[in-house]
Design a protein around this ligand. Structure first.
Ligand code: SAM
Length: 180
C-alpha cells in the first residue's frame, strides 16, 4: 500500500513537470549568479508592478521583493505559474518572506490570462519578466499587448525580435534583454 502511494505521488509529480498541459515550457530557474544583474534590469521603483510570467520556484520574485523591502519601496510582485507543485512551493516561500504583503501568487496560463486585475494603478509602470523559449515570447507578449499598451520587458537569455529597436543588453552568464 505504502509503495503504491509513493509510486502514485512520484508519477503525479513527473506528469506535472513533463506534461504539455501542465508545463508547456519546462522548468529551468534563472541562474543565481545573474540575480544581481536581473534585479538591476528590473529597475525597481515605487508604484511599479513586476510580474514574472512562469515564475518557477520564485527565485526572481522573492529576491526582487527582498530588495524592494530593504529599499522601502512599495513595488508589487506577481508570480504567475501554471504548475500546481510550483504554485504550492511559491505559496510556502511567500509565507516566510518579509515582504509578503507585496507578493501575489497566481495559478494561471500566461498565454491567456487577464493581467489588468493584477497590476497596481497606474498600469503604465508594469514590468514583465520572462524566461521562456523564443517561440513562446511573442505569443505571451501578444496577450499582454491586447490588454495593456505600455509596459517594460526584461527577458532572460532570449531576445524579443519584435522589440529589437528598443533593446538594451546586460551581459551575464546569460544575457539579459531590456525593453522600455
Ligand atoms: C524556464 S522556467 C522560468 C522560471 C522562472 N521565471 C525563473 O526565471 O527562474 C519557465 C516556467 O514557466 C512555467 N510555465 C510554462 N508554461 C506556462 C504557462 N502557460 N503559464 C504560466 N506558467 C507557465 C513553467 O512551469 C516554468 O516554471
Amino acid at each position: 500500500m505504502g509503495f503504491f502511494i509513493t509510486f502514485t505521488i512520484i508519477a503525479a509529480i513527473i506528469l506535472l513537470f513533463s506534461s504539455k498541459t501542465f508545463s508547456p515550457i519546462p522548468y529551468f530557474p534563472s541562474q543565481p549568479v545573474d540575480l544581481p544583474k536581473i534585479i538591476r534590469a528590473l529597475n525597481l521603483k515605487n508604484n511599479q508592478t513586476v510580474v514574472d510570467l512562469g515564475a518557477g520556484d520564485g527565485i526572481i520574485i522573492f529576491e526582487a521583493a527582498k530588495k524592494a523591502y530593504q529599499n522601502k519601496l512599495n513595488t508589487q510582485f506577481v508570480a504567475v505559474e501554471i504548475n500546481p507543485i510550483l504554485i504550492l512551493i511559491l505559496h510556502l516561500r511567500r509565507v516566510f518572506h518579509p515582504n509578503k504583503r507585496n507578493i501575489i501568487i497566481v495559478l494561471d496560463d500566461m498565454f491567456k490570462m487577464d493581467l489588468n486585475p493584477l497590476t497596481r494603478q497606474p498600469v503604465n509602470s508594469l514590468t514583465v519578466y520572462l524566461y521562456i523559449s523564443p517561440w513562446h515570447l511573442e505569443k505571451t507578449l501578444k496577450n499582454i499587448r491586447r490588454q495593456i499598451s505600455k509596459f517594460s520587458v526584461v527577458s532572460y537569455m532570449y531576445p524579443v525580435k519584435s522589440l529589437k529597436n528598443k533593446e538594451r543588453i546586460i551581459r551575464g552568464k546569460n544575457s539579459i534583454y531590456i525593453y522600455k
